[in-house]
Design a protein around this ligand. Structure first.
Ligand code: FAD
Ligand code: UDP
Length: 390
């Protein structure tokens, strides 16, 4: 008998389990159908002993002091500012070059053999930018800033591979994640706090979940858990459409296939990630973990990301028809008794880790208001039955 069942041991589930166990003193069972905790942030030593991220490179960055402060209870940090180079063909020389991404002053000067200053490049870009009346799509965002040539070089192919959709079919929020700069700043993110957990993500999650009120069962899915255990309240961090038995149809998610390689050499890449925007290359990017983790090791490990329709749901796909379908599930979720839907899959939002932590902390505050602490023996469902159609 548990007070709470938390489905999913990623950021959403683990933060809520920790808060409920520590602040409310209630008994929490955390399950995950994978054989590990930490969700998509899971990292581990590979066969060679290199710390890798099983589900692709995860770099922590946030502007929120509260979120950073909360996670700092469970980990020390290593400062790390991520830098990305894109491998593209120069439109002037036809040569393959590695240039900073996001596009900045050096990207343009290198590609076009120019020596523009910060002030000059603004005019140069403005002369190429196309006039877009209403910025609606992921194409509009980019061509409105840098014009068609740079859009095609850096964004069109990458996006078509990543999403199997043209940027014109995707919400503007997708490519708007990547800014355009006129200075020489070559960092991928500009957030105030940019760090990696010193001993890795999994170690951070282990500390977060290390509480006498928390029981963890990995390799167990919801169906099995509800058969074996009783519980009063539920935190759901899996796909929201799955919870409701796909009754309005499947919400589209995009997947990836990760190819992990260990190389018998100390370094492989000139920076943490190299993007490959050309549509002719089947993967989108290659990342080398030692840049991020700071690990010293005579070998190195890299991961290639191949976008895929099949596989685990990694990315909600931001576009109007999907948002409309999600709204229907959201209405069911809102009406579901004693159940809270949290995280990237359960709220169908293209959230970074810090945003999921923020959403989970906000959900905890709502729970505190809706369910007075110590109400463990109330008449909430003894065995959670309602709603879930799976
Ligand atoms: P998840 O981590 O997906 O956790 C949900 C868990 O629920 C999963 O482990 C799943 O197995 C489990 N589950 C689902 N259904 C069931 C069920 N029925 N029964 C039992 N268990 C179930 N964010 C950043 O901030 N920086 C980055 O650099 C970054 N890079 C990323 C790179 C890639 C390739 C991807 C895919 C994502 C990246 N993210 C990054 C986003 C980050 O992974 C997410 O924001 C975060 O992990 C979401 O946490 P979550 O708890 O919502 O979901
Ligand atoms: N993108 C692109 N070219 C790049 C990098 C990003 O076209 O070199 C677009 C692409 O659509 C991608 C989106 O911008 O999916 C967001 O990029 P980000 O690096 O934030 O993706 P994530 O790390 O979430 O996979």
């Amino acid at each position: 008998m548990f007070d709470w069942l938390v489905v999913g041991a990623g950021f959403a589930g683990s933060v809520l389990a920790e808060r409920i166990a520590a602040e409310r003193g209630e008994k929490v069972l955390v399950i995950d159908r994978r054989d590990h905790i930490a969700g998509n942030a899971y990292d581990h030593l590979d066969e060679a002993g290199v710390l890798i991220h099983r589900y692709g490179p995860h770099i922590f960055h946030t502007n929120s002091e509260d979120i950073f402060g909360y996670l700092s209870r469970f980990t020390a940090w290593r400062p790390y500012e991520h830098r990305v180079l894109a491998q593209v063909k120069s439109p002037t020389t036809g040569e393959t070059v590695l240039v900073p991404m996001p596009i900045n002053l050096d990207t343009i000067n290198t590609l076009y053999g120019l020596k523009l200053t910060e002030a000059e490049v603004e005019g140069w870009l403005a002369a190429r930018a196309e006039k877009v009346e209403t910025v609606r799509t992921s194409e509009d965002v980019v061509i409105g800033k840098v014009g068609r040539e740079l859009y095609e070089l850096f964004f069109r192919g990458y996006t078509r591979k990543q999403w199997a959709l043209d940027p014109s079919e995707l919400d503007k929020s997708v490519t708007a994640r990547v800014p355009t700069r006129t200075n020489r700043d070559d960092r991928y993110f500009t957030d105030r706090f940019q760090y990696m957990p010193k001993d890795g993500y999994t170690a951070m999650f282990r500390r977060m979940l290390d509480h006498p009120n928390i029981t963890i069962r990995t390799g167990m899915d919801f169906r099995e858990a509800r058969r074996l255990f009783s519980f009063r309240r539920l935190i759901w961090t899996g796909p929201v459409d799955e919870y409701f038995g796909f009754r309005f149809g499947k919400l589209p998610y995009r997947s990836l296939v990760f190819r992990h390689e260990t190389l018998d050499q100390e370094w492989a890449l000139p920076t943490g990630t190299v993007n490959h925007p050309a549509e002719s290359t089947p993967y989108t990017r290659v990342s080398e973990y030692k840049w991020m983790t700071g690990q010293s090791h005579p070998k190195t490990s890299v991961t290639y990301e191949f976008p895929s329709a099949e596989g685990d749901p990694y990315y909600p796909i931001p576009r109007p028809e999907n948002a409309a379908l999600y709204k229907k599930y959201e209405a069911l979720a809102d009406a579901e008794r004693d159940t809270w839907f949290v995280g990237r899959l359960a709220t169908y939002r293209y959230y970074n880790m810090d945003q999921v932590v923020g959403q989970a902390l906000a959900t905890f505050e709502r729970i505190q208001k809706q369910v007075p602490p110590g109400a463990a023996n109330d008449d909430a469902l003894l065995v959670k039955q309602a709603g879930a159609s799976i």
